[in-house]
Design a protein around this ligand. Sequence first.
Ligand SMILES: [Ca+2]
Ligand SMILES: [Ca+2]
Ligand SMILES: [Ca+2]
Ligand SMILES: [Ca+2]
Length: 461
Amino acid sequence: MTNLDLLLKWNIFKYCMETLGLKLHTTLRKHKNKGGRKMKKATTIIWKILFLSIFITLQLTATLNAQSDDYVVLWNKLGSEDEILNSEIGPNLEFYDQDLHDPPGCCDVEGGRLYDFGVFGNGVMLSGGPYYVTARIHNLVLSNLSSYVSSEQGTIAVWYMQKNDPVSYVNNVYRIFDGDFGLGAGMQFQSVEDGGLVFSLAFGGETSSVNTDISTFNNTWIHIAAVWDRNGIAGTPEALRLYVDGVKVASTTQNNWGTSVGDMADICGSNDDDENFAMDNLVIYDFAKTDFSDRFSENPLTSVSRKYQDATSIADLDGNGFPEIAVLHTRNGHTYVTLKDSYNKTQVGRIYFFNDKWTPKAISTLADMNGNGTDELAVLAVKKENGKVWVKILDSETREVLNSVYFLDNDWMAMGLTTVADLNQNGVDELAVLVVEKSTGRGNTIIRDAETREQLNWICY
Ligand SMILES: [Ca+2]
Ligand SMILES: [Ca+2]
Ligand SMILES: [Ca+2]
Ligand SMILES: [Ca+2]
C-alpha cells in the first residue's frame, strides 16, 4: 500500500470521525437538559463511534499487514495442498484438472503429489503413478499467466532437487515452470535429457534459450533462477540468464522473443513417470533479479531494503487518459523508476536505471526524443566511486537508453533536476541540474541539451 493510500484512508477515517463527532455533539446538545432516556441514546452513539473507530483501525492494520512488495508477483510455499491453493503473495495455484485446463493433443493426465521433501518445511513432488510412457502428467497450474508474467522482464526462482537425469521415454522432461508438452506458456524452465537445465522464452516469436548441466547436483537441493529482460539484465546486454545457487551459469544476448504470453503454466509436471524431482518455495518477480543471496530465507521480502528518492508525473502511457506518477527509488541498492497510474493505481511499468554502484538523486520527464510518441524519463545520479554527476535518459515505454549526459565531477553535490523547453532550437528539450559547490556551498544550475549534451548555460544563485 502506498503512502497515498494511507493518507486517503486516514482522511476518510478522519471524515467519518468528524461527521460522527458533529452528530454526537449536536445530539448531546439537543438532549442536554432532557431525561435519562435521551442520555442513553447519546451513550449508544458513543459506543457506535468507538466500535466504528476500532473497526476502521483494524481495517487499516489489516491492509498494512496484507501489503506486499509488488516486485514479488507470486510466492508459494509448495509444502501442502493448502499452501499450494493459497499463495502467500499473488495468485493461487491450482491442481491440474482435465476438464478445466485440458490442452489440445493427446495423453494429458492429472498428476498426484507427495510433500515429503523440502528446504523450508515441505516441498512438492509429482507422484500418484504408475503412469505410462508418453503420458504428459500435469501437476500445478498457474492460470491467467499473462497477468503475472511479462514478456519483457521477470524472474522465476525456486528450490529444486532432481533424483536422476531425465531419460527419453522413461521420464524425460521435468517441467519446473512449463516446458515441452506443457500447457503452452510460451516459456520453458525445465530439466531435459539433452541440455540439462533449460530456460527458454518464445512467447510466439523466436526462441531465446540458455542451459546448463546440473547432473552433478542430483539428489541435492539447489536454488535455480530463470531471469529475463529484453532491454538487458541489470544494464548489461544479456537478455536471458540462468542462476544456480546464486551464481550466473548461463546467459545469452538474443532478445527477439515474442510478446504473446500463454494462458497457463504447468508447474512441477513431467512425462511418463513420477517421483523424480521435487520443488520448494516458488517465487516470481516482476523484474530481472541478479542477487540471490536472500535465497536462504523462505520469505522473499525478508531482506529487502527500499529507499525512495523523488517523483514526477508523466503523460498517460497506458491509454486511460490519466497521467502516470513515476517514482524514483532503490531496491537492495539498485535504482528503478516505477510508474503507476495516477487515477487507478495500476502499475504501468518498472524501469531499471542503475546498478548498486550509483546513488539516484532526482527524476524529471522530457518531451519525446525518439519519436515513438511517449515522453522520456531522465534520472540524475551520482557514481559512488568517483562522485561524478550524470543524467541518464530512457524511453518511458520501451525502456531504451536514449542518452547519458555527464555534468560535473565530485567537487559538486547533485541536488535536483528539471527540464527546460528547447533553448538552442534543435527540437530537443534541455536538462537543468542543480548542483552545490562543496567548497563554497553555492548553488548553481547547469543547462545542457538532452541530445547533443552541449552546455547552454550556467547560472549561479
Ligand atoms: Ca515449503
Ligand atoms: Ca494512465
Ligand atoms: Ca519516447
Ligand atoms: Ca535543445
